[in-house]
Design a protein around this ligand. Structure first.
Ligand code: TYM
Length: 327
């Protein structure tokens, strides 16, 4: 069975982009893959976090994994910092990376903005992500489009190490990106991606938002003055983003949606989309609150850490032997 690995940072409430780009793949894949899903708390401290809030967010992300349908009996759910091999392999991969390639990463450039007092963790972020993936001999990594560059670097590092030792030390993973939902854009500015850190609450739809907030966010979403439901990313980015969201939720193609709303205005379209989004998110939210207060969460995380450690220890032993460290 092929192995899947993915992770989400516990840096705030998860939104529709996280769900449509990555999380919904998690559920689909667990039927015929061995899946390992991680809450990547070490990644989140590359920028300062409030410790109390961070701990709550770690539980929130794990509970959301389960609320969307990840089954802890079929898949492994665990917290990154509870498996020490992530940090260990990350260092080894940092030593196999070039400063040039790390400084060319878009995320590093965006977050550091050339500032010399940026935390070095932002610079090394991609090698920790590569360690997450390579530690589990991962075949498939379900993620949104914004992670493409990180996945490519992971592949480069795996190939580099394999070539250096002329041996298959690491499995070379593939990214898995969806056709619809791989890049959900912000509702108030459809030329930038929907982001957890955005200040305007109405720029995003949280997976824990109530029905009213979901409706308001969609009704306020930026469109254009043409009043024509047509998919055209270049000229109509706002409407195209809403069509993609509709399509990801309903399974209908963009052209089916276009013909459903021929001759109708944006009001009807937005009202229906709000209904589709509300009906899809409500069960997730309700299940989340049940899981969050039950003890099934800690049980799943305890068992998950144990299962993850068992795999990680074997990989680390092999890697250390190759590099000649330890004894
Ligand atoms: P993070 O926490 O920013 O996002 C979690 C997942 O959601 C996807 N995503 C989106 N997809 C579509 N549209 C959007 N607007 C949108 N925003 C976020 C992301 O692509 C991601 O799949 N570096 C990763 C976390 C990570 C990881 C890993 C992922 C660490 N180690 C190993 C996979 C494998 C990140 O910051 O994701």
């Amino acid at each position: 069975m092929k192995r899947v690995f993915s992770g989400v940072q516990p840096t705030g409430d998860l939104h529709l982009g996280n769900y449509l780009g990555a999380l919904r793949q998690f559920v689909e894949l667990q039927e015929d893959h061995e899946c390992v899903y991680c809450v990547v708390d070490l990644h989140s401290i590359t920028l300062p976090q409030d410790p109390k809030e961070l701990r709550q967010h770690i539980y929130d992300v794990a509970a959301l994994y389960m609320a969307i349908g990840v089954d802890a009996k079929k898949s492994t759910i665990f917290i990154q910092s509870e498996v020490k091999e992530h940090a260990e392999l990350s260092w080894i991969l940092t030593c196999s990376s070039y400063t040039g390639e790390l400084s060319r990463m878009t995320q590093f450039k965006d977050k550091s903005k050339g500032n010399e007092s940026s935390p070095a963790g932002i610079f090394c972020y991609p090698t920790l992500m590569a360690a997450d993936i390579l530690l589990y001999d991962t075949d498939v990594v379900p993620v949104g489009n914004d992670q493409r560059q990180h996945i490519e670097l992971t592949r480069d590092l795996a190939i580099r190490v394999n070539n250096r030792f002329d041996k298959k030390v690491f499995v070379v993973p593939e990214g898995r990106y969806l056709k619809e939902g791989a890049r959900v854009m912000s509702l108030d500015n459809p030329t930038s991606k929907m982001s957890k850190s955005a200040e305007n609450q109405f720029s995003k739809i949280g997976l824990l938002d109530d029905d009213n907030k979901i409706k308001k966010s969609i009704m306020r979403a930026t469109t254009d003055s043409e009043a024509n439901v047509r998919f055209d990313i270049e000229n109509k980015p706002g409407v195209s983003n809403l069509i993609s969201i509709y399509s990801a939720f309903s399974g209908k193609s963009a052209s089916e949606i276009e013909s459903m709303y021929e001759g109708k205005g944006y009001g009807d379209f937005k009202k229906d989309l709000a209904e589709v989004a509300i009906e899809s998110i409500r069960p997730i939210r309700e299940r989340f609150y049940e899981i969050r207060k039950s003890d099934m969460l800690t049980k799943a995380l305890d068992e998950g850490a144990e299962k993850a450690r068992a795999i990680a220890e074997i990989t680390m032993k092999r890697v250390k032997e190759q590099f000649g460290i330890g004894r």
